[in-house]
Design a protein around this ligand. Structure first.
Ligand code: 5GP
Length: 193
């Protein structure tokens, strides 16, 4: 997605040739038009699938998951990272290792929102080693729901997550694929949309 790549080049900050900070439009402040465009791109790519639910992880996955849900006209469900008093006792639960925080945490989804009849499109902001996605896929597995595809805003393809997901045979669309960081500058793959 050219507008996304342009935005990354203009406003992204690479930290230690390792982490891309995109607080200007994705992870802190949010660009609504660009986020609508992301949702449209995911919808266009996966529209043949009979998606019934968009699943993401709070917090940074929510904006692009919501605009995707808007185009599909289906609910957007986000896994929670803490078990509040308002969350029911009947939850699916999984464990995720956070790449940016370097610690494990649990994720939860109320069982009433994920059913064996669901055809799920998972949407998230970044794909690095694939741990967040593995947790979300595990929640779907527990519910008996089918993961029809995965939409990622920014894939860092020099990390192992993308290869892991493709090996599992799940269709994956990444709107921007980063091949490497060189001297704290972003180098994109050629084949992204
Ligand atoms: P994974 O679980 O695939 O290793 O990492 C994905 C999660 O880690 C994303 O949901 C995102 O929150 C975070 N993450 C991974 N790499 C980056 C990065 O370069 N920049 C930012 N801002 N977040 C990242």
């Amino acid at each position: 997605m050219e507008t996304l790549k342009k935005k990354i080049l203009e406003e992204g900050i690479v930290i230690d040739n390792h982490i891309l900070k995109v607080d200007h439009f994705l992870n802190h402040q949010i660009d609504p038009l660009l986020t609508m465009e992301m949702g449209k791109a995911f919808h266009q790519f996966f529209q043949e699938k009979k998606i019934t639910k968009i699943l993401t992880l709070e917090v940074s996955g929510i904006p692009s998951a919501l605009t995707t849900a808007f185009y599909f006209q289906v609910p957007c469900l986000f896994a929670k990272k803490s078990k509040s008093l308002t969350l029911s006792q009947n939850t699916y639960k999984s464990q995720v290792h956070s790449f940016t925080k370097q610690k494990d945490f649990q994720i939860f989804v109320d069982q009433k929102f994920l059913k064996p009849t669901d055809k799920v499109l998972i949407v998230d902001d970044f794909l690095a080693n694939g741990n967040a996605l593995m947790g979300l896929i595990d929640l779907c597995k527990q519910a008996g729901a089918n993961v029809e595809g995965i939409g990622i805003v920014i894939e860092k393809s020099f990390q192992e997550g993308g290869a892991k997901i493709r090996k599992m045979g799940i269709p994956l669309l990444s709107l921007a694929k980063i091949k490497s960081f060189q001297e704290n500058r972003v180098v994109f793959e050629e084949d992204e949309i």
